[in-house]
Ligand binder design. Sequence first.
Ligand code: AMP
Ligand code: ZN
Length: 462
Amino acid sequence: MRVYNTMTRKKDEFVPVNAGKINMYACGPTVYNYFHIGNARPFLFFDVVRRYFTYLGYDVTYVQNITDIDDKIIEQANQEGSSFEDIAKRYTQAFFDDLKLLNINPADYNPKATEYIQQMIELIDILVKKGNAYEANGDVYFAVESIPTYGKLSGKNLEDLQAGARVEANTQKKNPADFTLWKKAKEGEPKWDSPWGEGRPGWHTECVVMSRKMLGQTFDIHGGGVDLVFPHHENELAQAYALDGRPLANYWMHNGFLNIDGNKMSKSLNNFFTTRDIMKKYDPEVIRFFFLSKHYRSPIDFNEDIIIESKKALANFYSVFKEVDILNLELDSIDKSAFISTVEAFKEAMDDDFNTAKALASLFDLAKEAKAKKNSIEVRQAAAVTLLELGKVLGFFSNLEKTLETSVDQHAEKLIELLISYRLDAKKEKNYALSDKIRKDLLELGIELQDTPQGTIWKIKD
Ligand code: AMP
Ligand code: ZN
C-alpha cells in the first residue's frame, strides 16, 4: 500500500509502527458554528481511510479532537450573550448529529481541548525548561530556531518565514516566526492558572498533547485539510521534535480544498454552505459519492451539476439491488468468485493512495455486469452482492432496506423528470395554476420539488 506523505512529497510505502495496528489522528472541528460542506471533506475522507484499513483487517484507533476553546468561540459567545461553554456544547452536539447523518462513524476518542489544559501547561513548561520556549509578559512562544528541521513539513525555509512574519511586528518575539504556546488572558476571556499567569493554551499545543496522550509518541497517520500543513501541523511537529526528537507521525495526509467559484470555501470568506443545509437538499449518501468521485488530494468544485450526476449514479446502484431483489437473497450463500478480479481492482485503486475515484469505477463495472441480460441470474446476483460489499467499505448502502423502500426505479425517475419539464412549460406559458398543481400533486405522492439555480430537483419527502 502506498500513501502520499506531505513530509516526503511522494507516495511512500505504508508500514505501520506496529504490525496489524493503525493509530491515526485527524484534526477535528472548532465548534462555534455548524460545519460547512468544505469541512465535511476531511471528516468524510478520514472516515473512509479508517473503514478501508478496518476492511483490510487492521485494528484501527482513530482520534479526532474537538477544539472547544478558541477566539472564534469566544467571539460567537459574546455576540449571542452566552457562555463559551454553551456555544461549544451546542455545536459539538451539532457536529456529531451531522456526522451521523453523513454516515461518518465517530472517532474512537474525541478529546476536548478544555479537558487537557493541565497536560498542555505541563508540556509548555517542559519546553520552556528545555530552552525551546520562552515567556514574555505572560505569553509563551516557541523558539523556531531551536529546531533545526523547522519548516520541513511545509517546505518553507526559516528566512522566508521570518521575512513574512515581520509584517506583524510583534516585538515580544525573539524571532518573528516564533509561535504562541500560551496566550495571556485578556479582560473577560476564559482563563486558567499557569506558571506564566492566567491565560490559555494555543491551538497547536492542543493537538500534540491529545494525540500523543492517546496514540503514543510517534503514531501512523496525522491528517487534515491542506490548509493545516502550515502553520498548524508544522508547529505541532516542532513541539514533538523538541520534546523527544521524534516525529509526531510517520505519514502526514492532507485533503485538497472544496472550492466555490475557484475560491476555498471558508467561513471567513463567507462563501460557505453548511453541511446541514446541503443535506436538506441532497441525500447525504449523494454528498459522499460527490466527494469520493474525486481523488482526495485534488481540489473539487462545489458544483451542483456533479452532485446531480452523483445522484444518478447512486440511483443506478440501487436499481441493481432492486432488480436482483437483494433483500431476499441469502447473501452468504452467493458464490462471488466470478468477481474476484473486480475486488482486486478495487483494492489496487484504494492501495494506491486511496484512489476512491478509481475504486468507484470498479463499482460501475459491477453494476454493468449485474444488469447485463447476457449473464445468468447467479452471475448477476454475485455482481450485485460484490457491489454491496465493496460499496460498504466506502461507507455506502448502510441503510439498504429503507433506501430501497423509498427509492424509485429508473422508469419512475424518467416520469418525474417528464412532469418537471411539463411544469416548466406551464410556467413559461404563465399557467401557474397548472405548474402549482403539478408540484402539489407530486408532493402528495411523496415527491418534493425544489427550484435551484441549476434547475428543478426532486427528492423523496422525509
Ligand atoms: P476548521 O474547523 O476550520 O479547523 O476545519 C476543520 C477541517 O476542515 C480541517 O481539517 C480543515 O483543513 C478542513 N477544511 C476547511 N476548509 C476546507 C475546504 N474548503 N475544503 C476542504 N477542507 C477544508
Ligand atoms: Zn490539530
